[in-house]
Design a protein around this ligand. Sequence first.
Ligand SMILES: CC(=O)N[C@H](C=O)[C@@H](O)[C@H](O)[C@H](O)COP(=O)(O)O
Length: 526
Amino acid sequence: MQREALKNVLIVSCQPVPGGPMDNPEMVVGFALAALSSGAGALRIESLPYLRAVRAATSAPIVGIIKRDLSDSPVRITPYVEDAIALAEAGADIVAFDATDRTRPASVAELIAAVKAKGKLTMADCSSLQDAQRALAAGIDFVGTTLSGYVGEAEPVDPDLGLIADMVRLTPFVIAEGRIRSTDQASAAARAGAYAVVVGSAITRTEHATSWFKEAVEHGFADRQPSSKPVLAIDIGGTKIIAALVENGTVRDEVTLSTQRDAGPDRWIDDLAKKSAAWRGQVERVSIAVTGIIDNDLWSALNPATLTIPEAYPLVDRLRQAFDLPVFAANDAQAAAWGEHRFGAGQGQDIAFLTISTGIGGGLVLNGKPLLGIAGHFGLLQSPSAGAGPLEDQVSGRWIADQASRAGHQVDAPAVFAAARQGATWANSIIDQSAGRVALLCRDIQLMFDPDRIVIGGGIGLADGYLDRVIDKIPAEPVRLKPRIVASRLGRHAGVIGVADLAFRSKGTDWTAEGLPGAEYRDKGK
Ligand SMILES: CC(=O)N[C@H](C=O)[C@@H](O)[C@H](O)[C@H](O)COP(=O)(O)O
């Protein structure tokens, strides 16, 4: 066989779990033939009996190995020269062996010589780039990433794509192998430059693949579990502050205060502590959603025009002092996005959330995870269609009132909507401009993230007819780019419901994003 026979090939390793129900020749031959019938170009087979059985059933290229557990060496894969010769004689086209720099019964050079004497190809199962360098210097035909992560340190979760890319700088004959468990990872290994890609456990170790799926399903079920204890959830916005007793996505009780914009956060927290005193015995944690950014538990405004607060205000510490309970803090629109994803208009879907009120807040939930940090602060985009400055300053309730005053009407945003309902041209024109800018924003969001839905909330977003105007202003063509816009289902409670649920998902006393859904989920090793 020529090396080229493995070019751009999927190799399926058929190595059943030792002692398991699949550990017999019928199963191994069955796996091998099934793999070949569906496009695998080669096989990796362990042990002489299985190699003979598979060889009798197919002429496809086979990488042969023998695994041994030795008392005097950590080398497991084809440790002896006799093993290598026996594999070549039993019909392996390529004989693979451990090529690590560890105590070993036979040198890599001896193994290569023995296999070459039988007219077969050789493959070095390497743990590092240095292993590959030495094996290539000794005349190996293929180097594989097989043993990366298996020579002492804790077993990683992901395949070593970096090592594939590094090896490709030494030789084109690199076989990607080890922990390739998803189709995405297999593509990535090929993209990284591998000559061939080996997949084993994901296809032929039913026990392992089943346990990964079982764990994933359990995570899904756990995500649906109702929160067991009510949370005191607070949402501080530019015009009002909501404090609510939230349990399992439902607001059990609430108080609303208007935001005394000049009073500052210390006062707001004092007021909140007083107003929510009746719930104190019922809750074990406090969660808070705020406009602006939370970084390391410190709160800063991103657009002081929306709400002015001291830079890096120690929000979590102050709340902990005021309530003597663990505290979780998040951006309000990101929390609301999570609320809509869990309990509202975008349940279980990838969504972008926009709240259009005093400013514009935004949040994203993609692949079941909330994006934190500054992700989704769409109101701060500089929009060429709107002119200089952040988009929210040319769309929001503040802008609508300001435009009304320029047109000679000293009224607030709700009054502009009321005037529009009665047919006032000036009012309709202001609202249309605002809605047109939001329509363009929605189209841009669709192009960037392709969410299943864009959920819109906020006092302006949910005001009479506003959403219809936004939808009307989205270009009809091309249809594929048209965002699916829906109204928030949780309304003004989206923030408190979302942040209460997020708080429940954070763990321990360090209320970080660590415990967020998905953050702790990785496939377990074999
Ligand atoms: C480290 C070691 O002993 N690897 C062995 C080598 O033959 C096999 O147990 C693996 O199944 C094979 O490398 C394929 O990898 P995965 O099953 O992760 O796709």
